[in-house]
Design a binder for this molecule. Structure first.
Ligand code: ATP
Ligand code: MG
Length: 337
């Protein structure tokens, strides 16, 4: 019996990048038993406003490990973001997003960039608590709790220690939001005292984001509230080379979800154009989570070798590209290596 995991093919480019990722996992000999659930557009169309059905929750709670493709949330019409629903439903409080340059093989202005963004995943403005005060005044509640801050900040320091990182940077806007972001910063300073071997600093999010775009190589681990982390990690992935390259882990005490950081990119769907690397990197993080570190390393090395050999999908094609390949051909090239 393999290790049961829950898998969703998602929407847009989701099915293509999932098929590519599962081929690599299978050919690498990963002893996994994927249970496929349907989420996203097709479920919204059945009138289920959450985009996920009860039987799918049952699978997720049982396996505790979710490999997920991007889904499209219909605009307007009272549909909830499925990502937010799943993160909150499974208590996935930490969102871990490594962003690394793969120079010279993938074009980037910042070849030495190698950082990890650890984003709080359940609170802040993404708690989804919004009100209409009057016809002309809308309100969104920014919720920051001490236990929430402690969990994510502790996670970030433990992550840095476990991965041999040397610095943790906190980013907030506590000069303006003194109570909410102020609490996050204060907890960072408190918990940081337990990690004297790690360098620690705090930046106001606006200058922090500017530095990230300009000199990302000065950062190592970044810990930040939900909204800032969402924006920062897209910037970081793009600065590193492409949003199509980065994977992420969503970690909780009773489960974990692994996904690419990008969305469902409907404009390039169904054309065998999408880069499956983001989801593949997420799958590598999943294998580490499952204790299959050696297999994770094997797949990651094969993937790196594919990039080094100049086999690139269109989104990262550049001067060192030897062959521009499609989604499936890229996966096959990884398998060969
Ligand atoms: P969604 O509403 O689901 O976020 P989106 O169109 O905003 O969909 P994103 O994934 O956020 O899609 O991507 C924005 C753009 O980045 C896409 O239109 C596409 O050009 C590019 N992109 C994203 N992911 C990939 C990928 N895996 N491979 C190639 N290009 C990608
Ligand atoms: Mg998007």
């Amino acid at each position: 019996m393999g290790i049961p995991i829950t898998v969703a093919y998602g929407d847009g480019i989701g099915p293509e990048i999932m098929a590519a990722t599962l081929i690599v996992l299978k050919e690498a000999g990963a002893d996994l038993e994927p249970e496929v659930i349907e989420i996203g557009e097709s479920i919204y169309q059945r009138g289920v406003s959450s985009g996920i059905e009860p039987t799918s929750w049952e699978s997720l709670r049982r396996t505790g490990v979710f490999l997920k493709s991007p889904v499209t949330t219909p605009q307007g019409g009272g549909f909830k973001s499925l990502n937010v629903t799943i993160r909150k439903g499974l208590g996935l409080y930490a969102n871990v997003r490594p962003c690394q340059a793969y120079a010279p093989f993938v074009r980037t202005l910042h070849p030495r960039m190698d950082l990890v963004i650890i984003r709080e995943n359940e609170e802040d403005l993404y708690a989804g608590i919004e009100h209409r005060q009057t016809d002309e005044v809308m309100q969104c509640l920014k919720l920051i709790s001490r236990p929430g801050c402690e969990r994510i900040v502790r996670y970030a320091f433990e992550f840095a220690r476990a991965h041999g990182r040397t610095k943790v940077t906190c980013m907030t806007k506590d000069n303006i939001m003194k109570l909410t972001d102020g609490l996050f910063h204060q907890v960072f300073d408190e918990i940081g005292r337990d990690y004297p071997e790690l360098k620690q600093d705090h930046l106001i999010i606006d200058i922090g984001a500017a530095r990230l775009a300009d000199t990302p190589e000065i950062f190592d681990v970044i810990v930040t509230p939900n909204l800032y982390g969402d924006i920062l990690s897209d910037i970081a992935a793009q600065v590193a080379g492409s949003v199509g390259l980065a994977g992420s882990a969503n970690i909780g005490d009773h489960g974990a979800m692994f996904e690419a950081i990008h969305g469902s990119a409907p404009t390039i769907a169904g054309k065998n154009l999408a880069n499956p690397s983001g989801l593949l990197q997420a799958a590598v993080m999943m294998l580490v989570h499952l204790g299959l570190g050696e297999l994770a390393t094997t797949i990651r090395n094969a993937w790196l070798r594919t990039l080094e050999d100049g086999l690139h999908t269109a989104d990262i094609a550049g001067t060192l590209t030897k062959t521009t390949v499609g989604t499936l051909e890229f996966a096959q090239a990884v398998v060969e290596r």
